[in-house]
Structure formats: C-alpha cells, structure tokens
Design a protein around this ligand. Structure first.
Ligand SMILES: Nc1ncnc2c1ncn2[C@@H]1O[C@H](COP(=O)(O)OP(=O)(O)OP(=O)(O)O)[C@@H](O)[C@H]1O
Ligand SMILES: [Mg+2]
Length: 246
C-alpha cells in the first residue's frame, strides 16, 4: 500500500447540538481521484472544510503524512499550500488581476520572487486557457473563466492534493464543460483530487474512488463500478435513482 497523503480518523463535527459529521474514517492515497457525493446537508462541505482547516473538528484527527494537522501548532497557510482548495464561488481576490491572483500566494506563503511567481502563474494560466486574460479583473470574466483562474491559482502553489467543493455548481450550464475538462485533464496527469460533486458523469467516469455520504456518515464507498454499478445499501440506491430521474 502506498503511503497515505491524508488519513481521516474518527472525525466528528457538531454545530451546537447538531452532529454534522459522525465518526468519519477515510484515506487519500497519491493519485486518488475521489468523488464525494450525497444529498444536500449530508456534510460533504463540512468534511472538506475540516480537511482545509476552515472548520475545527469536534473530535478525531486528520493526518497529513502522519502528522495531525488539527493541533494548534499547525501553520494553516503553509498546510494549505500543500492541500489547496477550489470553491463553488471561486473566492478570487476581486481587487487583483487574474495574474496577481495567481501570484500572491506564491509570494506571501512560498516566499518566491515576483519574477518566479509570475512565470509559474503564467504556466498554469496557459494550461487552463486563461493566458489571454491576465490583466482582467474577476468581475470582467465569466464564471467558467473565474473558476479556471481559481484552479490555476491553486495549482501555482504546487499542491500535493486539491480539494474541490462543487466547482461547477455556481456556473451557467454552458460553462460547466470547460471547467470539468480542466479537472479531467488534471486527473489524467495524476493529480490527487478530492471532489465534492453533483456531476455524476464526472464521478463515474473520471474518479477512481466514490464516497457516498448520508446524514454525516460515509454510507458506502468503492470504485465507480461498485458504487454506481452495484450499490449495496438501500440509501445509495435511492440517492442514485433520484439522480437518474432528474
Ligand atoms: N457554520 C455552520 N453552523 C451551523 N450549521 C452548519 C454550519 N455549516 C454547516 N452547517 C450544517 O451542517 C449540515 C451539513 O452541511 P454541509 O454544508 O456540510 O452539507 P453539504 O453536504 O455540503 O450540502 P450541499 O450539497 O447543500 O452543499 C447542514 O445541516 C448545515 O446546515
Ligand atoms: Mg456543500
């Protein structure tokens, strides 16, 4: 078995008396492309936000190469340069250009020179097809373009894992494909990815591991063939059949 990048052990998270994550265990190995699917409110975003240190777990541990990152001594900015995140609502810096968005983390967190940061940012902006827009501000580009910039910004930090929280859910339908294509290319290049998604075709065709969450627990997980082709739990069958009807 390869060394795990991330290992989530007995993770629980409550907001007040509401237990949103209940004793979650799961692992991310190098090269895994894991899709997390499940109904609204099942805890998918909370799980990703815990892994990105945007929420503090109530109990349990999250090991990154064996070190628990939920402790007080962890430098969140430095950790996030290894485990980056792409959000549904892009979260670009609106007062910066496309290029500056992709440089600032490299300069502030990775302490790179402006020149090195610019060159590296350009590599990834070219990769996502956004090099012609480097001087634009986020408000001047479309949602699909913003999300491609957000992906380039995350990649420019040379992360080991990228987390995506419904990266196409805020997009007009005609822009979903351009973002999924970028993500599919990354997956094919071996990028380790953890993707919360309602795009069942992506989960089935691009990921190698599917996690179905229901009411704060991992109800079922396996290969796409297992989860989509031969689901074992009644909850999984019901969820998938609701999707197929839509
Ligand atoms: N900061 C918070 N304070 C209180 N409750 C919260 C908070 N964040 C999330 N919750 C609750 O936790 C539960 C799980 O939310 P979460 O956002 O993780 O679900 P999700 O699976 O991502 O849903 P969706 O598909 O709608 O994005 C929901 O009931 C939500 O209302
Ligand atoms: Mg969510």
């Amino acid at each position: 078995m390869p060394e795990m990048i991330l290992q989530v052990n007995h993770l629980s998270k409550s907001f007040g008396s509401h237990e949103v994550l209940k004793d979650i265990d799961f692992t991310v190995a190098p090269g895994d492309v894991t899709s997390i699917i499940g109904a609204s409110g099942s805890g998918k975003s909370t799980l990703l936000r815990c892994i990105n240190l945007l929420e503090t777990p109530t109990s349990g541990e999250i090991l990154y190469h064996g070190t628990d990152i939920t402790g007080p001594k962890v430098n969140a900015a430095s950790y996030r340069s290894h485990v980056g995140m792409v959000f549904q609502s892009f979260n670009l810096f609106n007062n910066m250009t496309v290029l500056e968005n992709c440089m600032v983390g490299q300069i502030k967190v990775l302490k790179k020179s402006k020149e090195a940061a610019r060159a590296h940012a350009m590599e990834y902006l070219e990769k996502v097809g956004m090099a012609p827009y480097i001087n634009a501000r986020p408000r001047q580009i479309s949602g699909g373009q913003k999300q491609r910039v957000a992906i380039a910004r995350a990649l420019a930090m040379d992360p080991e894992v990228l987390l995506f929280d419904e990266p196409t859910s805020a997009l007009d339908p005609e822009m979903v494909g351009e973002v999924l294509n970028v993500m599919q290319a990354l997956a094919q290049e071996g990028m380790t990815m953890l993707v919360v998604t309602h795009e069942m075709a992506f989960a089935r065709d691009v990921s190698n591991h599917v996690v179905y969450m229901n009411q704060g627990v991992i109800c079922e997980e396996g290969t796409p063939e297992e989860v989509f082709g031969n689901p074992q739990k009644q909850e999984t069958k019901d969820f998938l059949s609701r999707f197929r009807r839509n």
